[in-house]
Design a protein around this ligand. Sequence first.
Ligand code: G6P
Length: 614
Amino acid sequence: MCGIVGYIGTKQAYPILIKGLRRLEYRGYDSAGVAMIGQSGSLNVYKTKGKVDNLTDYCTDKDISGCIGIAHTRWATHGEPSARNAHPHYSQSHNLAIIHNGIIENYADIKSRLQEKGVTFASDTDTEVLVQLVEYIMSSKNLTLLEAVQTALYQVIGAYAIAILDKRDPHQIIAARKQSPLVVGIGEGEFFLGSDASPIIEYTDKVVYLEDGNIAVIRLGEELKVMSIHGEEQALQVKKVDIDLGQIEKGGYPHFMLKEIFEQPECLTNCMRGRINVEGNQVTLSAMIDHHQKLLKAKRIVIVACGTSWHAGLIGKQLIESLCRIPCEVEYASEFRYRNPVVTKDDVVIAISQSGETADTLAAIQLAKERGAFIYGICNAIGSSIPRATDTGTYIHVGPEIGVASTKAFTGQVTVLSMLALCLADKLGTITKEEYQLMVSELTRIPKKMERALQANEQIKHLAMIFTYAKNCLYLGRGYNYPVALEGALKLKEISYIHAEGYPAAEMKHGPIALIDSEMPVFVIATRDRLYEKVISNIQEVRARGGRVTALVTAGDELISQYADHVIELPDTLECFQPLIASIPLQLLAYHIAVCKGKDVDRPRNLAKSVTVE
Ligand code: G6P
C-alpha cells in the first residue's frame, strides 16, 4: 500500500526513482510523485494523478537534475486521488519534502494545533500534517531535521514509513518506520530506499530491513546509521537479498498475472525442494524439527489471514482437521483482532500472508502472542514483517508476486499447508504410513499435473469471450473445492469488475438459486471425488432453472457433458490436492475475461497488493 523509493549517490536520481516506482506500482497507483534536490539547490516536487506514466509525461519539460531524491506511488486513504493529495508533500516553507506510507491517526488533532499557530495546508492528507509538524518543531525549537523527526514521531499515533528531504542539507535522507515496511539498500558510495527490495536489487544485494521504531540517517559519504526513536544507535543487520531481476520482470508475457499463472508448476517445485525427499515419500519442514513439541501439543489451530490467503486457510482447515484430527478455525484477521477471541497458550495460530505485511494479519498475530499462543507464519516475502513477528514458519518460496490478483502465492500457500498437515499427521499417527506416502508422492506429481491443466489456456481464452458481457457469475464447489469457488469468484471480481459469488454448491438452494436465469453463467467444480454425485444434482438444479453451466471435470468424464454447456478437463488427483489443479482454469478464466474487457489486469482499480493499513 503506497510505494516508497529513495536514492542518494553520485548518479542522477530521477531515472532510478522512476524505475523504482514502476517496480512498486503494484502497491498503489492512483497518483505518483517525485522530489529531488536539483543542481541549483532547489527542492523540486512533481506529482500527478494516475499512474507513473502520467508522472513521466508531466516531467518531460521539468528540471529533473539531482543526485538525491525520493518518490512515491499512492493508494489513497486520506484525501481523494489527485495531484494535490499526491506525495511528496512540501512543508510550508518548501524547505522540506516528505513521502509516507501508512496512516497518521491523530492527524486532525495535530493539524488544528498547527493551524492555530498559523501553519497553512495545501492538501487534505494526513501525510502533510507530519511534514508541517517536523518543520514547526525545527524552527520553533531550533532543532536539526533528525531531532525534529524524533520529536514529531513521539506525537504521532498511527503507522508510517517515511522519507524526508531538506534542501538546506542536500546530502541526507531521513527515513523512519513503524508498522509499514522500509528497506535501505547499501551500494558503493550510494544508498537506496524502498518499500521492499524490488527497486533496489538491480543495484545492490546488501540491504537493511528497518525495524519498528527505527530511524535511518542516510548520508552521502558516511556509513548508514540506524537509531531508535529515542536516539540509541542500533546494530546494523545487513542482509543479502536473493531475488534475481528476471523474477520481477514479465519475461515475454503480456501481464505479470499470466506469467505468474504459468509459473506455478515451477513455483511449486521450488516450494517443495529440500522439503520432500528425492524418493518422494517423506516431508521435512525445519519448523517441525525445531518446534515439534509446541506444534504436536496444539489443542486447537487458528488460521488468521485476509483475502486470497484466507481462502488458502479454508483449505488448510480441511487438511488439518481431516489428516491431523486437530480442531481448526479460520478467521479473517480484521475480525479476529477486534473480537476478543478465546486464544490460549495451548493454541497454535497460523498466519498466512503473501506480502508478510498485511496490517490486520500483523495485529492478529500481536493479539494471539499476548495471549500466549504459538505463532506459525506462512509467507512469501522474505524478511517481511510477519515472518519476523512469528515464532516459526515456512516460506512458500514462489518468488516475487507482482500481479495484484494473487495466483501463485495461493497455490504455494496450499502446498505449504499440505506439507505441514502431512508432517503433523505423520508424527501424531493420525494417518497410516501408506496413506502418508501415497499423499506425499502425489504432492510431488502436482507440478506436472498443473502443466497439463495449463494446456486448457486456449480453450479458456475462447470461452472467456462468451462471458465478457456477464453482469453476475456464480461459482460452486463442495468440500475442498468450495474455497476454490470462493477464490475463482474473487479473481473475477478483482480484475474484471464483474460481480461474482462463490458458494458451497448445496447451499445454493438456500438463496442464490433465486438469481439463476439464462443470463447467469455458473461455474461448477465437479471433479470425481466423494461428493461427485451430489454436485451433479446441484448442476441439474441449475440447469432446471435455465442456468448456463461450465463445469470443471476430471479428464475423461463423459457424464457431465450431458448436463453442462461447456466442460474444462482437469488431470485427476487426490481430493485434498484438487484445489491446486482446479484453481488454474479459474485463474485463467478471470484473466482472459478481464483482457477481453480491456481492463488493466495487473493494476485493477482501487486495489493494492500489499495492504499495510487496517
Ligand atoms: C490484498 C491483495 C490480495 C491479498 C490480500 C492479503 O487485498 O490484493 O491479493 O490476498 O491483500 O494479502 P497478504 O499479503 O496478507 O496475503
